[in-house]
Design a binder for this molecule. Structure first.
Ligand code: ZN
Length: 203
C-alpha cells in the first residue's frame, strides 16, 4: 500500500503500480518524473522507445527516474497525472511551430508561469530537423531525438538561461561522436533538488 501511495504522488499511477517490481530495483529513492509523450510525428514505437531510453539514461545519471506515457494523436481525452508533456511534431505542424524557435533549433520548451515550480511545462521537438541533423552527422535518429527530449526537458527543470558550455545543455552540440551528453554535476544537483518530492505539500 505504501509504495502505491508514494507512486501516486509522483504521478502516472496506473503504470507505476503495475510495475512495482521495477520500482524496487532502483537503489535509494530518486525523484520520479512522469512525462507524457505525444507522438504527433507518427514515429515507429521502437525508435521512440530507443530515444526515451537514451533520455532516461541521461536523467538516471543525474539521479532522476523518468516514466514515459506514450500517446498518439488519435488518443483523446487522456487525463494522466504527469509532470511534463513532450510533443513530437513534424511536417506542416512543425513548420508553424518552427516560427517560434531559433532558425536551426530542433526543439523548444514553454514552462508554466511559476518559475520556481521545477515541474510543469511543455517541450516541443521539431522532428524533421532532428532527422536532418542525424543524417548529416551520421548518428542514429533515436540518439539525436533522445538528447533533444532530454535537453528541452532540461529547460523546463532548470532555471532560466540554462545553456552551458558543456554537456547536454550546450546550445550547439557536437553530434559527431554519437555519444550521449549529460548534465553537469552542478546542473544535476539543481535538477534533483527541484524535482525532489515536497513533503509539506502532500494532500
Ligand atoms: Zn536549449
Amino acid at each position: 500500500m505504501r509504495s502505491a501511495v508514494m507512486v501516486a504522488i509522483a504521478g502516472v499511477t496506473v503504470i507505476a503500480r503495475a510495475s512495482s517490481t521495477v520500482a524496487q530495483e532502483v537503489p535509494a529513492s530518486p525523484p520520479v518524473v512522469g512525462v507524457l509523450v505525444s507522438n504527433r510525428a507518427n514515429l515507429r514505437p521502437e525508435m521512440l522507445k530507443a530515444a526515451e531510453d537514451d533520455a532516461a539514461t541521461i536523467y538516471r545519471v543525474a539521479g532522476v527516474q523518468m516514466t514515459w506515457v506514450n500517446v498518439r494523436p488519435t488518443d483523446v481525452g487522456y487525463d494522466y497525472a504527469v509532470d511534463f508533456i513532450v510533443m513530437i511534431v513534424s511536417g506542416k505542424e512543425a513548420g508553424r511551430m518552427a516560427a517560434r524557435s531559433d532558425q536551426d533549433a530542433m526543439g523548444f520548451a514553454t514552462r508554466d508561469s511559476n518559475d520556481e515550480a521545477g515541474r510543469g511545462g511543455m517541450a516541443f521537438v521539431l522532428f524533421d530537423r532532428v532527422e536532418d541533423s542525424a543524417s548529416s552527422h551520421h548518428v542514429s535518429i533515436s540518439r539525436v531525438l533522445g538528447q533533444v527530449i532530454a535537453h528541452e526537458l532540461g529547460h523546463l527543470v532548470l532555471p532560466g538561461n540554462s545553456h552551458s558550455e558543456r554537456g547536454i545543455m550546450r546550445a550547439k552540440w557536437n553530434l559527431r561522436s554519437g555519444l550521449l551528453e549529460y548534465f553537469t554535476t552542478a546542473q544535476a544537483e539543481i535538477i534533483r533538488r527541484r524535482l525532489a518530492p515536497r513533503r509539506g505539500s502532500l494532500p
